[in-house]
Design a protein around this ligand. Structure first.
Ligand code: NAD
Ligand code: MG
Length: 362
């Protein structure tokens, strides 16, 4: 079934690569042309392997395909687990011409990508993201890495894939909370930069929650295109790219308060974007009707509309003070000038911020 395959080109000069998005691609799409040597190492985890490893293998006809199956979880995004990828590569005698394949969510993608960036000083890699979040976020930007006990994503490298293959059928086995978490990042693209996309999402959000394949293909395509635009305009992450963090300063505070894993990243970002819209209204940047539209679309993706139980404005203030976007101690936030137009600002009115925090802490 290939009725709606879409392809997007991420333009990076020599490192330009395609993102292929469609239904039923795993198992039928031939990726062998993207593999220069004879060897392929598929990196996945123990949750995804039983579901998709066999179909993933079938995308590399005529190649020597080996596999590394990692334990599942953000807590394994560390040196020790990364080393298991290198163990597998060396035990199976993979040369500098090998291609690494990441089959899984963002954790597997970041680790396999980092392994590819450093194995024998760098080998090609292919992404097969299987969560909505990794499909719309990790597919563009080239960030790879692992966590350090003292900080998330602190060790890593930029390494662009040869190709990204996104099969929307994989989302059928994803827990509904993970689908909603991915939708938060999808909605984010509409809110920060693409009013047309936001209007389209308002029409289609129910179909997305129901995982309608053609609607998913369109949403993923437009999300990746939006991120690619923003990244291309600001490769060095100096200005514009920061708008991709809409909702993330509030969101990180929520994730830290709740303890990583209790609230999913996307869930915290969903609530955080509602808070950003609320503060934008209080600061006179958007109108009531726009705030309502932003809150409503996030709610319809089944994302939480309140901070975690027991979290206070003081908790927010304490946890937001350490956000990495802050320059010289002053709070910087991504706010909305309109729906579809985000801006990074350090003009945060402290009393209005307090009002927003009180409104979401109940
Ligand atoms: P994840 O990789 O932990 O996946 C979530 C859960 O879903 C896991 O238990 C996983 O095993 C399971 N899973 C994956 N695919 C499945 C499927 N099709 N069916 C059933 N279960 C499935 O989490 P995530 O949300 O995909 O990614 C989060 C990670 O990605 C974080 O570590 C974050 O730092 C990173 N990230 C990286 C980038 C980037 O640009 N490189 C962007 C965003 C996030
Ligand atoms: Mg995010």
């Amino acid at each position: 079934m290939r009725d709606s395959v879409r392809e997007l080109t991420v333009d990076l000069g020599e490192r330009t690569y395609p993102i292929v998005i469609g239904q039923g691609l795993l198992g039928s799409y031939d990726l062998a042309p993207f593999v220069q040597g004879q060897q392929v190492m598929i990196v996945t985890n123990e949750t995804v392997a039983p579901l998709y490893l066999e179909s993933a293998r079938a995308c590399f006809p005529g190649k020597q395909v080996d596999t590394v199956v990692l334990p599942d979880g953000e807590k394994y995004k560390d040196w020790q687990t990364l080393n298991r990828i290198f163990d597998g590569l060396l035990e199976k005698r993979h040369s500098r011409k090998t291609t690494l394949v990441a089959l899984g969510g963002g954790v597997v993608g970041d680790m396999a990508g980092f392994a590819a960036a450093s194995y024998q000083r760098g080998v090609p890699f292919i992404q097969m993201p299987t969560t909505l979040l990794s499909q719309v976020d990790s597919s563009v930007g080239g960030k790879t890495g692992i966590n350090h006990p003292l900080g998330k994503n602190m060790i890593g490298a930029f390494h662009q894939p040869e190709v990204v293959l996104i099969d929307t059928d994989t989302l059928r086995t994803l827990p509904p909370r993970e689908v909603s978490a991915g939708l938060a990042e999808v909605i984010k693209y509409g809110l920060i930069r693409d009013t047309d996309f936001l209007c389209w999402l308002e029409q289609e959000i129910a179909s997305l929650v129901d995982l309608d394949p053609a609607t998913l293909v369109e949403a993923i395509y437009r999300s990746c295109a939006c991120k690619a635009d923003v990244v291309a305009l600001d490769e060095r992450e100096s200005g514009l790219r920061a708008i991709l963090n809409l909702g993330h300063t509030f969101g990180h505070a929520i994730e830290t308060f709740a303890g990583y894993g209790n609230w999913l990243h996307g869930e915290a970002v969903g609530t955080g974007m509602m808070m950003a819209a609320d503060l934008s209204l209080r600061q006179g940047m958007i109108r009531e009707q726009e705030r309502t539209r932003a809150v409503r679309i996030i709610e319809r993706a089944n994302l939480p509309a309140r901070a975690p139980a027991g979290m206070t404005p003081d908790d927010f203030r304490r946890l937001m003070a350490v956000d990495k976007k802050n320059v010289d101690g002053s709070l910087r936030l991504v706010l909305l000038r309109a729906l579809g137009d985000a801006v990074v600002t350090d003009q945060v009115d402290v009393s209005q911020l307090d009002a927003t925090l009180r409104a979401f802490c109940v």
